[in-house]
Design a protein around this ligand. Sequence first.
Ligand code: DC
Length: 233
Amino acid sequence: MRRGIKKGYIVAIDGPAGAGKSTVSRLLALELSGRLLDTGAMYRSVAYYASHKNITTATGFSKIARELTFGYDAKNQSLLVNGQELGQRLRTQRVSGLASKVSAFKGVRQTLTACQRKLAKAWAQDCPVIVEGRDIGTVVFPKVDYKFYVTADPKVRAERRYQQLKKQGSKGISLKAILKANIDRDKQDSGRKHAPLKCAEDAIVVDTSKMSINQVVQFMTEHIKGRISLVGE
Ligand code: DC
């Protein structure tokens, strides 16, 4: 019996920093006419407000997480935090480093995980939802139909970030420093006790070292569409 194509579903995309995950997730959401839930931006928001308010304790981080509200700006595919888009304010080196630290705390993770489940499930009533992060396929949505783990050689990841920063006009950046920061962040994200970065057993691993962004998006789209039509038969 033909059940038809499901309108809403969740796609989990995990992987280390700088593997192209964010760009791929954004394009995939466009390709599937879906929404993007950037869970890294949620951890970054906690870090941003903690940094602003000089908060340095686990209790303080958890309180910030509980007080934040999240929404979505479909036009820019961006997360709204307390009704506003924080944009590049979430992308500084300081916020990146602190986000990795705050994300290690159980209280912060519990609150944000609950928010992520609520938002994605509500959105998936109407359209596909691409949820991007570190623990989406393992902890937040272990049972979803589509799971990808996007990775790349650490040197390739550092080189991409270096080129991106150069293009944005950043001065005084060094490839070596970026490589080190990436390795430190991966270590911190994979080594933490609560929901560490790891590949779900049933995720499809996509190594983007030698693939273009478009090739990755095409691969994922074909996989998802292929599976959807199988489900629909
Ligand atoms: O994806 P990103 O670089 O924007 O993530 C920022 C930090 O948040 C990163 O160091 C790891 C953490 N993070 C997490 O622990 N779990 C997620 N689901 C997403 C991000």
